[in-house]
Design a protein around this ligand. Structure first.
Ligand code: AKB
Length: 320
């Protein structure tokens, strides 16, 4: 990878993937594509950026045509909860823009596009412990768009030579940018509650188990799949990547061990609960392990310690 364009650069993942890519591939060689939300200081100050609304097909063509990246990380996407509230915009961003990026990439000679998928690509009839290759009948617009992205990605390589790769990311915990548009975001918001007020009202039931991952592992998975030896890949856009799984009650217990006064209450949001209920509890990632050597590093204790340490500094608080 010599010149890399990252869409959705101001989002939760972009804000951490871009610094990691710049460290590896050079500050000037990683271009942030940003729309509406501000870039973090770290991303803004460390390299080039370009204004890019991925739903604007002409702008997309102009940007890819002028930058001429060899690799694109296409992160711009409406997450599950917000997507459900605006199907029209979801269609533009999560379906049309994916197609436009891949088609423009073929026309502009881009070599590789990374399109992250999600546990959202699974649905109610997927086994609770989800194998890599299994039933995928999601019942959300977000999930349908993720299956669309996976199938389209797998189609482009044999038909056009454009190398499209992707991993199915679990919910991601991180402290630099707080996510607010997804179903798994409680697992980040709970730390802000614990550190600022000593309490948190969770919108999912206490026993809703979901696959989760710490941001450094998510960033590694994206860079590793991009760098993987293509001749060893039998899958391409549809790899499960697993780390840990937990329920809100289990995460709250882990936080209580560090912040004994912390209290959790539950007030269920029917939309996000139904989305979470349609997703598997755990992912089996044997295929990613076999084809490109994937493995995660951060377990629950390491994640909770690191989140609390960093958020204490960021929020300038001492624990309750
Ligand atoms: C969401 O909750 O929508 C995302 C995801 C799991 O894809 N974090």
């Amino acid at each position: 990878m010599k010149k890399i364009l990252v869409t959705g650069a101001s989002g939760q993942i972009g804000s951490e993937l871009i610094p990691a890519l710049r460290k590896k591939y050079g500050l000037e060689n990683v271009i942030s594509g940003v729309h509406k939300r501000n870039l973090t200081k770290e991303v803004k100050g460390s390299g080039p950026s370009v204004n890019l609304d991925v739903a604007d097909e002409n702008r997309l063509k102009e940007v890819i045509g002028s930058i001429k990246p060899d690799t694109i990380f296409h992160l711009a996407s409406l997450l599950s909860a917000v997507a459900e509230q605006d199907r029209n915009l979801s269609f533009k961003v999560n379906f049309e823009a994916v197609y436009n990026i891949l088609e423009t990439s073929v026309n502009e000679g881009v070599e590789k596009v990374i399109v992250p998928s999600s546990i959202g690509a699974f649905g109610p009839d997927t086994p609770a412990i989800a194998p890599n290759d299994t039933l995928q009948h999601p019942n959300t617009i977000y999930g349908i768009s993720k299956v669309f992205g996976e199938l389209l990605g797998n189609y482009y390589y044999p038909t056009t030579g454009l190398d499209v790769r992707g991993v199915r990311l679990p919910g991601i915990l991180s402290w630099k940018v707080e996510p607010t548009a997804g179903t798994t975001d409680y697992a980040v918001a709970i730390f802000y509650g614990a550190l600022t007020t000593g309490k948190y009202t969770c919108y999912l039931q206490s026993d809703t188990k979901l696959p989760m991952m710490y941001m450094p592992d998510a960033v590694d998975s994206l860079i590793q799949i991009a760098e993987a030896d293509g001749s060893k890949l039998k899958h391409r856009s549809d790899f499960n990547v697993a780390a840990i799984s937990f329920t809100p009650a289990e995460l709250a217990d882990a936080i209580k061990k560090r912040i004994p006064g912390f209290r959790i209450e539950y007030e269920i949001d029917p939309l996000r609960q139904s989305i979470a209920d349609s997703w598997p509890d755990e992912l089996i990632d044997d295929v990613a392990k076999e084809e490109w050597g994937w493995n995660y590093k951060y377990g629950l204790d390491e994640i909770v310690d690191d989140m609390i340490d960093n958020l204490k500094t960021k929020l300038e608080v001492s624990a309750h």
